[in-house]
Design a protein around this ligand. Structure first.
Ligand code: PLP
Length: 287
């Protein structure tokens, strides 16, 4: 069965799903997006992703294209038409289509909405989590509003490519103070020598990861200590464990940083346990 996409009110075969050449998302990256993990055909952390979507849109002055209820129906229908039980759901909202001009178009231009869904092989994902992944570091070179989830991802694209060429899975941005900000598509964490979980605070120029926020609750429920405190790549290498979080990666152990091992070079017990607890919680609350 072929894939189906939602494009501005219509469900169309993937190969026939097009946007206008003057879509502002295409020309200016004037668009935001969200990605939900899908477990058992339902959306994980739905509320957190909707809240961040609304915030990203508001920060850019783009109107919410439809109510949350209507959007939920569209998202679910996209899953149904693609028969996806385990996967990822991608939503993109651009400011709309208008003659090319940097400033916003006149009132009345409607946001353009696309939704796509893709399948995830959970067994392969679990196998990868059991092996762990490598990350490389790269100088932070993004704009000052990484809290807005825009499709302007060129630095992230280049960082990911650098990771891939090094045989790694993720790239960690490192700021001018030598501190890790976050990954190209994930938040960065360590378990330090005292057993404390550490991740960058959201006053820094990072995306407020929805998985990150949910995991904080999981960590507290598990009786572990968490601090929003930055770390250097060197601290990550000498930490007990390191891992990344995101809708796509869930909780994924990091076993090397710039080719040098973290701890003994294998996934640690804390990240593995948190991955299991996060998935259990997400499943219990998914909609
Ligand atoms: N940081 C960046 C730059 C991202 O692109 C993402 C996800 O795509 C994340 C963090 C993790 O966010 P979330 O947990 O909401 O998926």
């Amino acid at each position: 069965m072929g894939r189906i996409a939602y494009v501005n009110g219509r469900f169309v075969p993937h190969g026939e799903a097009f946007v206008h050449i003057e879509d502002r998302g295409y020309q200016f990256a004037d668009a935001v997006y969200e990605v939900w993990a899908v477990f058992d055909g339902r959306l994980a952390d739905a509320e957190g992703h909707f809240a961040r979507l609304e915030r990203s849109l508001a920060e850019l002055g783009i109107v919410m294209p439809m109510s949350r209820a209507a959007l939920t129906l569209v998202l679910k229908e996209t899953l149904r038409r693609n028969r996806i039980r385990e996967g990822l759901l991608y939503l993109q909202v651009s400011r709309g289509v208008a003659p090319r001009d940097h400033a916003f178009p006149a009132e009345g231009v409607r946001p353009a909405v696309i939704v796509t869904a893709s399948r995830v092989d959970r067994a392969a994902a679990e196998a990868r989590a059991a092996r762990g992944v490598g990350v490389v570091t790269t100088p932070e070179n993004r704009w000052g509003r990484c809290d807005i989830k825009t499709v302007g991802l060129l630095p992230n694209v280049l960082a990911k490519q650098k990771a891939r060429e090094a045989g790694a899975v993720e790239a960690w941005f490192v700021d001018e103070l030598g501190l890790v900000t976050e990954g190209a598509s994930s938040n960065a964490w360590i378990v330090d020598g005292d057993g404390v979980l550490r991740t960058r605070d959201t006053n820094a120029n990072i995306l407020r990861g929805v998985t990150r926020l949910s995991l904080m609750e999981v960590i507290r429920e598990a009786g572990l200590k968490v601090e929003e405190r930055p770390f250097t790549p060197e601290e990550a290498r000498s930490a007990r464990e390191a891992f990344i979080t995101g809708a796509g990666t869930i909780v994924l152990p990091v076993v090397s940083v710039d080719g040098k091992p973290v701890g003994d070079g294998s996934p640690g017990p804390v990240a593995s346990r948190l991955r299991r607890l996060y998935i259990e919680r997400a499943k219990a609350r998914s909609v």
